[in-house]
Design a protein around this ligand. Structure first.
Ligand code: NAD
Length: 483
């Protein structure tokens, strides 16, 4: 397959970056070979994109929401008609399995547009009569040009989760996808064209964080930034955007607890814990990477969980039987392997996995890592505290409910948690005591897009989802009409 050379998408046109000297090599993680070249756009490119978005805002923000909704429905339809092509591209670019890309990434990207196309039609605003004095009502105002910055783990899924509410509510945007996974965002531009989205409503500038991302975050005409990525980057963005008092949404890292009580449905708990640990190679911010098991069933859990982890098929992401594909990039794979080594130094027992997996032929240079289960590390170890973001979990025993809650909450992060118990009262007590944005009881990754999604503590600021995204992408103005 020939190497794809990406261009920016500004004002409805594909254009070369001003920085034609500098392209970033994008690797197919399964083969370790360059498959795309991503421009490292600079301030000049970002300025042009912001100007195009500002120009488009003038008319887009004034369209009735039903018109905007129609565009979103059309984008969803066109994207859906190309689902297979997009899923294959996401596999090539990200390393994930074709099954995951098809059923989760691209299907959900289609749904993101469809969901917000519908949602914007049903929004109601508060209005109230102040007896004999005035009538008050709220006007929701789009804000302007939003900077949308996304990570590499769920590339199109997370980007469209921002684009859809942003444009549905009347804003325009400049997107900066991860430099590791820009391909499907680039392809999305042709979908936008086919759906006849007005020029400049969505602009795409490709490049690295320090160059393209920084220029977007510090741009004076970009009053809001929606960011999903690592906690360190999130803090940096908060600092660099503070001078201009930008509105910020930060969806950051996680180190999520998965608490398994001895009164759980054991089979269901084990099956789902496997998915929560190793889906998408553990590269989901919501993965349950700290597993806490009540001591009465600790050994039984290990005896069941470890063989299942060992049996997961690691291999060709394009093979529908594969469960664990390639990690996204070489540096990341090295980081994951570093944590496994660290676990050994920290006194951990590698119960299964623990190494890079070398495959044959075309895949011999791929970034594959075996699903790895670690026991025996303390809760204060780096491996148990820091986000590894790979197919690696630590398992720890606990004695009682209070200890499970204390262990789960002893983290700098607070994104999500799963609790496994058949005792309804306990489920509520524990769920309500956990410091995390989402607590799943007897399930994992079940999402209702009407619910607020986001993190506590180091996992972020703000919430996304239906009204929550709309709150972020609009300002509410109270209009008071005197009697
Ligand atoms: P990252 O923070 O390295 O990069 C995310 C994005 O920010 C990329 O597009 C990158 O180019 C850009 N960026 C980097 N430096 C920047 C700067 N100075 N200014 C502006 N932009 C900059 O994260 P990553 O490695 O791509 O993604 C993995 C992380 O994302 C993990 O920590 C994971 O938990 C987190 N994540 C969180 C959620 C969530 O919803 N909370 C979802 C997915 C991923």
């Amino acid at each position: 397959m020939p190497v794809t050379v990406l261009q920016n998408f500004i004002g409805g046109e594909f254009v070369n970056s001003n920085n034609t000297e500098q392209y970033i090599d994008s690797y197919n993680p399964a083969t370790g070979k360059v498959h795309a070249k991503v421009p490292d756009s600079n301030e000049v490119d970002v300025n042009k994109a912001v100007e195009a978005a500002q120009a488009a805002f003038k008319t887009w923000s004034k369209l009735p929401s039903s018109h905007r909704s129609n565009f979103l429905y059309r984008i969803a339809d066109v994207l859906e008609s190309r689902l297979k092509e997009f899923a294959e591209a996401e596999v090539r670019d990200q390393g994930k399995t074709i099954k995951f890309a098809t059923n989760i990434d691209i299907s959900r990207s289609v749904y993101n547009f469809r969901y917000f196309a519908g949602h914007v039609l049903h929004m109601e605003e508060k209005a109230g009569q102040l007896d004999g004095v005035a009538l008050n009502y709220v006007q929701r105002c789009p804000i302007g040009v939003a900077g949308l910055i996304s990570p590499w783990n769920l590339p199109l899924y997370l980007l469209t989760w921002k684009i859809a509410p942003c444009i549905a509510s009347g804003n325009t945007c400049v997107c900066k996808p991860s430099e590791f996974t820009s391909l499907t965002a680039y392809m999305l531009c042709s979908v936008l064209k086919e759906a006849k989205l007005p020029d400049g409503v969505v602009n795409m500038v490709f490049g690295s964080g320090p160059s393209t991302g920084e220029a977007l975050v510090t741009h004076p005409n970009v009053p809001l930034i929606s960011f999903t990525g690592g906690t360190v980057t999130g803090k940096h963005i908060m600092e660099s955007s503070a001078k201009q008092l930008k509105k910020l949404s930060l969806e950051l890292g996680g180190k999520n607890a998965n608490i398994i009580f001895d009164d759980c449905n054991f089979e269901q708990a084990v099956e789902t814990s496997i998915r929560a640990a190793f889906s998408n190679q553990g590269e989901i911010c919501l993965c349950g990477s700290r597993i806490f098991v009540q001591e009465t069933i600790y050994q039984k859990f290990l005896d069941t969980f470890i063989p299942k982890a060992r049996d997961l098929v690691v291999g060709d992401p394009n093979d529908p039987k594969t469960f664990v594909g390639a990690l996204n990039n070489k540096q990341h794979m090295e980081k994951v392997l570093m944590y496994i080594d660290l676990a050994r130094q920290e006194g951990g027992v590698i119960e299964c996995g623990g190494s890079r997996k070398i495959l044959q032929g075309e895949l011999s240079e791929g970034y594959f890592v075996e699903p790895t289960v670690i026991t025996g590390v303390s809760l204060t170890s780096r491996v148990a505290r820091e986000e590894i973001f790979g197919p690696v979990v630590t398992v720890h025993p606990f004695t009682d409910e209070q200890q499970a809650i204390d262990y789960a909450n002893d983290s700098l992060y607070g994104l999500s948690c799963s609790v496994w118990t058949e005792n309804g009262r306990r489920a509520r007590r524990v769920a309500e005591s956990i410091d995390a944005g989402t607590v799943w009881v007897n399930c994992w990754l079940v999402r209702d897009l009407r619910m607020p999604f986001g993190g506590m503590k180091g996992s972020g600021l703000g919430r996304e989802g239906a009204d929550y995204s709309m709150d972020f992408f609009t300002e509410s103005k109270t209009i008071c009409l005197a009697n």
